[in-house]
Write a protein of this length. Sequence first.
Lengths: 294, 278
Amino acid sequence: MKGPSTWYRNPWRKPHVLQVVTWGYLVWSLVPVLAAILISFNSGRSSASFQGFSFQWWAGAPQGDRQGSLFTSPELHAAIVQTVRLSVISMLIAVPLGVSFAIGLDRWRGRVAATANFWMLVSFVVPEIIIGVALFLTFTYTLHAAIKLGTTAQIIGLVAFQVSYPVIVVRARLLSIGKEFEEAAMDLGAPPRAAIRRILLPMLYPAIFASFALVFADVVDDFVTVRYLSGGSNTETLSVKIYSAARATPSPVYNAAATFMLFTTVLVIAVVYVLYKRFGRGQTASATEFSTQL
Amino acid sequence: MYLVVFFVLPLYVILSVAFGTVDPTFQSAVPIYQPWFWSSRYVTLVVGDAFGYQRGVYVRTFIYVFVASLICVFIAYAVAYYVARFGGKRKGLFLTLLIAPFFVSYLMRMLAWINLLQPDGYINKVLGWIPLAPHNVNWLGGYPVTLVLGLVYGYIPYMILPFYGFLDRIQQSLLEAGRDLGASPARTFVRITLPLSRQAILAGVVIVSLPMFGDYYTHDLLSPSPKTTMVGNLLDSAVHSTGQGPQAAVLVFILMILLLVPMGYYLRSTSNELKVRT
């Protein structure tokens, strides 16, 4: 007799409930985003329902909208420029800084190194609003004579906590490499500097590329620190614009802006992934390893 | 290289101290740098408010974060458990789909829900087909349900991956042993899997609840109404109104103190893990 209770007690039955939960979760987590991307190609003015396909919110001249489309509005154009500026500059500062921190922290033990390590982790787990507000107060009360709110303040603020990404990624890589290669190089007569430059650094390339992608993506998405430290509307990035307009004046143009950010991030990550594969050859570089590093 | 480290490291420490612990005692926009002159004017003010008319905000924040973390734990554990144990050949696909939300910014994911939850959005349309379901609700008008949903949606990916990483490492032989010794699947789960994963669950809760406590944007985007204000919003509005810098500083301080315990726990466990790996 096969009743429901026998079915329930069968130890080898498939975990149907879990399966439903998992697929349900995956649908729930991804479908809204796909809907938002779709709405950025809306031919109507509504940001709630899709009325037909068009590119007007990307490059056209949508009727009756103050803002215009993503690539034609001067305000959004300035925001795109500011986004790219902030992410490229803070990437170029944070990654080399972080890599040298990581190598230094790995080689050098003691109280100072432990403290520095602790602060890295702290800035990693503290909610961003705390860092953002603390930086805001520092710039407005203490350093206002030297640095005004604006691009410089934004970059300093972003670098201050973005630096922990390369540190964590590169340190993980250093742990798996070990010290043997560098020591072998020095045994063969290389000065410490050359050993780091010729042996260690090339082995770290995958981790370094991964950190470039991480920092870039994170700065593009950031709207907390950037918003607190922006001096005025001319230093607001795309994400800050979206944040402040999403509720007040919803329009598919902000969907287009968010989708544009998503595409940019994915593009950068794809480029980095290609480089990663290239330089990581022979070092067991796989897609899963790459994504776990991210 | 070492020079850079020696030079920049202390600088960074000083900076982080300066940034991390803003002293809560700016008097009429003039900061006092000497600790022996500190006054407690603003601290008393803000702490007084916290126990006075703003108490609701603090209580509410705790409730929202608690409920949202709890929902996160249940969904995340189920999903991670399924993928780790029954993923089989599809594991790679599952993992890709689980990682996908990381590439989409928080902002975009909230924007997606704004689109869906608008009065003329798809959620109301779907609910319109179902008899007895609430009709034409303005979901964005300040419903705690919306806010908690937003929090869960925003932070759950950060919980699933650590859970997965942990559950994947549990040795199958332990579970098989439990089953061989006559325990039912449910009992094996309760007696073996769950106790083993207690630490992972705690860490996951910390990872998710820390940013939730500092969250103000989910409220701003999904339910901008005083009925669902959180502590993060108090802080955010203090920053944006002139002359309230000291209040903001005190709030930062309060938030830091509130989060000290979970943060300390998390930091200790991660540094222990690092030590084990070296």
